[in-house]
Design a protein around this ligand. Structure first.
Ligand SMILES: Nc1nc2c(ncn2[C@@H]2O[C@H](COP(=O)(O)OP(=O)(O)OP(=O)(O)O)[C@@H](O)[C@H]2O)c(=O)[nH]1
Ligand SMILES: [Mg+2]
Length: 433
């Protein structure tokens, strides 16, 4: 169980976190990963990075223990997906593959339900001609969620079924369920390969049950060889909190987790969210709080850079962009005690348009110009404008705002800031009407 990792982390609270202690924890982490069926090579690779960064300088808000948990988290999500999964709502064809009993059929229906709730028209196709009741199983699920279903009860060749299905099925999202096997056999791989050629799917999803062990690597690698897996769905996460198999499968395919399933009803499918998923498999419900702390310490560093006036044109761009996204700048405003003032940061669309121009302009500058904007004279402005497709006045506006901000930031002390100062600063930056 990956939750064994938690026990390893706990050791860091006791005693000093010196080199020997961290080394012991690294060993514990290795044992925990190995006993969760994570591939040996992968375990060594993961822990090497943790060892390397264990003694990096600590951000003020974090303890050594929290820092190491964050390192482990970063390593794990690098493989399984660092961001919440991206689910496109365009028309598409999806092929579901996986071994016997992994959850392909039920997950196909859950996925159809997911897209149905998003306002798309899904359809389910049964290409499992091996398991006796496969046809009825998917048909019943399709009926339950009121989604069109195609299958041929007596046809033994799934290739024929799929070709026919594609002729008659009109839907935004076509989800094709395939058959499983006890083990990876050549006939299954050949069949999957053929279905892949006939369907030409946009998404090729490997369905992996949470409780899969060491077999994950070989399985994932074989499916990947046959059809280039694009996404992973981890099923049965309610039944066991293992997670090592999913990690290995993602590593073997290079694909990220798109969804997890958390139960047997048609609503039990969730988009993958790294923080939530890791909290689940590590058995650490408070993980999100810890990660929030890590995020705010990064913003703190940026803020310090900003208030010391030592910031470049690129930093400037990032800060302004941050205001749009309620990012770092709003953090500073919060630090200064003004709550979500940045919400009122003016007309978002016009601002976004301006940002785009500025971005191109910055990209058209030489690194020398970026480092020292004082050298940007009229002829350089002309060149930058021409290179970025902006007007010269846009470039001048960018430079003027950057200069103003730099000056403001030098005198900016978040602790002494008054409400009026902040509003005036926002106005001067052209961020408030
Ligand atoms: N508790 C729980 N059960 C699940 C979950 N996902 C699937 N199952 C159950 O696992 C069993 C197997 O699921 P199927 O969808 O039939 O698996 P399959 O891969 O299509 O199986 P074959 O077609 O035989 O290869 C069913 O009883 C499902 O209800 C889940 O997230 N949680
Ligand atoms: Mg099935």
């Amino acid at each position: 169980m990956l939750s064994k990792l938690r026990e390893a982390f706990d050791k860091l609270t006791r005693g000093a976190a010196d080199k020997a202690a961290v080394e012991e924890v690294v060993k514990d982490i290795q044992r925990a990963l190995l006993s969760s069926d994570v591939d040996v090579k992968l375990v060594l690779q993961l822990t090497e990075n943790i060892r390397k960064h264990a003694f990096d300088p600590l951000p003020q808000t974090m303890t050594r223990k929290e820092h190491i948990i964050k390192l482990v988290y970063d390593e794990l999500v690098k493989i399984m997906g660092e961001k919440k999964s991206d689910v496109s709502l365009k028309s598409k064809k999806v092929l579901m593959v996986g071994l016997f009993g992994s959850g392909k059929t039920s997950t196909s229906a859950k996925l159809a339900r997911f897209y149905q709730k998003k306002g798309l028209k899904p359809a389910l196709v049964c290409c499992d001609t091996v398991r006796p009741a496969a046809y009825e199983q998917l048909q019943q699920l399709a009926q339950k969620i009121d989604v069109p279903f195609y299958g041929e009860k007596f046809e033994k060749d799934p290739r024929k079924v799929l070709k026919n299905a594609l002729h008659v099925t009109k839907a935004d999202v076509i989800i094709v369920d395939s058959s499983g096997r006890n083990a990876l056999e050549k006939d299954l791989i050949d069949e999957i390969r053929d279905l892949n050629h006939i369907l030409e799917p946009d998404e090729k999803i490997l369905v992996i049950p949470s409780d899969i062990g060491q077999a994950a690597k070989q399985q994932a690698a074989s499916f990947h060889d046959a059809l280039n897996i694009t996404d992973v769905i981890v099923t049965k996460t309610d039944a066991t909190a293992r997670g090592g198999g999913a990690l290995t499968a993602c590593h073997a395919t290079g694909a990220k987790i798109k969804f997890i399933t958390i139960g047997e009803t048609m609503e039990d499918l969730q988009q993958y969210d790294p923080e939530k998923y890791m909290a689940r498999i590590l058995g650490m419900p408070d993980l999100e709080t810890l990660l929030d702390k890590a995020k705010s310490s990064i913003d703190e560093k940026k803020a310090i850079k900003m208030v010391t006036g030592d910031f470049t044109l690129e930093d400037f761009y990032e800060q302004i962009e941050g205001v749009q996204k309620m990012g770092p700048m709003s953090q500073i405003i919060e630090m200064a005690g003004f709550g979500k003032l940045a919400n009122k940061a003016g007309n978002v669309d016009a601002q976004a348009e301006k940002m785009k121009k500025w971005k191109y302009a910055i990209q058209s500058m030489t690194s020398e110009e970026r480092a020292n904007t004082d050298i940007i004279n009229s002829s350089r402005i002309r060149r930058i404008a021409a290179g970025s497709g902006c007007r010269e006045s846009d470039v001048r506006e960018l430079l003027a705002n950057y200069g103003k901000t730099k000056k403001l930031m030098k005198n900016f002390n978040p602790n002494k800031l008054k409400r009026g100062d902040m509003a005036s600063m926002m106005r001067q930056l052209g961020l408030k009407g």
